[in-house]
Ligand binder design. Structure first.
Ligand code: FAD
Length: 411
């Protein structure tokens, strides 16, 4: 291994931090450039963990203790009247985005993490790569990693045709304090990873750590993701329009969601969800929604540039694999760089391993989510919608890492 090589990481969220931690441990001179000016926080809420994610944390040198997450032992589905419709044992550890960010960010010295740096372009030749930022600064290195997410500027410059495709539904999300809930909701929700299946919709909800990473009963929070169809040209467009009339096609900032859009979500919660879930939605102070997208990149390696995490592939969140995939990308990338001194060769090795996995996850998550699409467009989508509509199938496969050899692509 050549030890003094320099990596430029664009994007300082979880994908970029995984890669940066692993490259630092492998002896690289690493610098992370994040567009957002302040410490990142509050991105999403709960994160489902998988064994692969824990293994990647160990590879990154991040020690994980007992308070890393909240352990649940069982999954349940609640019917609309609040009764339990199905249950199964499935132990799982659930953590919070903020905690994951904190443990990964702690591994990077402040002098190597640069906030308020928006990447705009790069040039590369046989000996180096140079990134240019919006403030005019240029940084030279040996390798550039694009960990800049769904709307990656790096990917757009390399693959202008690889754009996110709206899946036909949105996810309402939020976190509620355990202490604010009624005794019934605390008792009937907190021990469980809980599901609700109104027609064409899905609620998934689980406990996560509370303020100060507290995991003891009474101090935790309950996290939910509530999927609902939304036609792109009508309902979604209206939801993405703020009070001044401006439409935000790439996602409306949560504080700008109009009060009547929030009120409609709360009203619908009363109509379609179990009362325990409706209470959670009502008591969530910062209710927000995200449109759901599919994104596939046909390539990941471009000489000295590699795409990883959401910049490379975005699967619908049903497998709960976004962070685990980003972490796995980082593991594969650093392995390839350790095994090949030539960077372009190493990146081709990385691409070969991760393209197939990315495609597989996108395809499997598309199948899991088909029944929530506002429009079912093809017979294949109809077949997928039928297959994943039962509460058994949803409990068995949601937020579970799928084994590539066990699931037929597009099934
Ligand atoms: C509803 C929903 C629920 C989810 N639930 C889960 C779950 O339970 N488990 C799970 O594993 N995953 C989940 N995910 C997916 C997960 O959030 C993402 O896969 C993961 O955050 C990807 O991380 P990333 O670092 O690749 O991208 P991001 O987190 O999007 O980070 C990209 C970073 O790049 C920065 N950036 C962008 N452009 C530039 C630029 N030009 N210059 C510099 N910086 C830039 C951004 O500010 C950002 O910090 C969920 C997603 C959604 C929508």
């Amino acid at each position: 291994m050549i030890s003094s090589r320099k990596a430029i990481v664009i994007g300082g969220s979880l994908g970029g931090l995984f890669a940066a931690n692993m490259l630092l441990r492998a002896g690289w001179d690493v610098h992370v450039y994040e567009r957002v000016a302040d410490e990142l926080q509050g991105r999403g809420a709960g994160i489902v963990t998988h064994p692969e994610l824990m293994a990647a944390l160990a590879t990154a040198g991040i020690a994980v203790d007992d308070d890393f997450g909240v352990e649940v032992r069982q999954r349940i589905t609640l019917a609309q009247d609040g009764s339990v419709r199905g249950a199964r044992d499935m132990p799982q550890k659930l953590t919070a985005w903020g905690h994951m960010y904190h443990v990964l960010r702690s591994g990077i010295p402040d002098a190597r993490y640069h906030n308020g740096k928006q990447f705009v372009s790069f040039t590369q030749d046989e000996t180096s790569i140079t990134a240019t930022f919006k403030d005019g600064e240029q940084v030279r290195g040996d390798l550039l990693l694009a960990a800049d997410g769904l709307r990656s500027a790096v990917r757009q410059s390399l693959l202008p045709g690889a754009t996110p495709a709206y899946a036909g539904y949105i996810a309402w999300r939020g976190l509620v304090e355990e202490s604010s809930l009624s005794p019934r909701a605390r008792q009937e929700l907190f021990p469980y990873f809980a599901f609700g299946l109104p027609p064409r919709e899905q609620m998934i909800a689980y406990p996560v750590a509370g303020k100060g990473n507290a995991v003891e009963p009474g101090k935790r929070r309950y996290n939910f993701v509530w999927y609902r169809p939304a036609d792109e040209a009508t309902t979604l467009r209206d939801m993405m329009t703020d009070a001044s009339g401006k439409t935000w096609p790439d996602g409306i900032p949560p504080p700008l969601i109009r009060p009547e859009v929030l009120a409609e979500a709360r009203r619908s919660a009363d109509e379609v969800l179990a009362p325990q879930f409706a209470e959670v939605v009502h008591k969530t102070e910062s209710l927000f929604f995200q449109p759901i997208f599919d994104l596939e990149s046909p390539r990941l390696a471009f000489d000295r540039v590699a795409l990883l995490g959401d910049a490379a592939f975005v699967a619908r969140p049903h497998c709960g694999m976004g962070v685990t995939k980003a972490a796995g990308d980082a593991v594969a990338l650093v392995d390839a760089l350790q095994g090949n001194d030539d960077i372009a060769t190493a990146l081709r090795v990385y691409e070969k391993g991760r393209l197939a996995f990315g495609r597989f996850i996108v395809s499997h998550a598309r199948a899991l989510g088909a029944y929530m699409q506002a429009q079912i467009r093809t017979p294949e989508e109809q077949a997928m919608a039928e297959r994943y509509r039962t509460h058994d199938a949803v409990m068995d496969e949601t937020a579970v890492a799928p084994a590539m050899h066990l699931v037929t692509e597009g099934a």
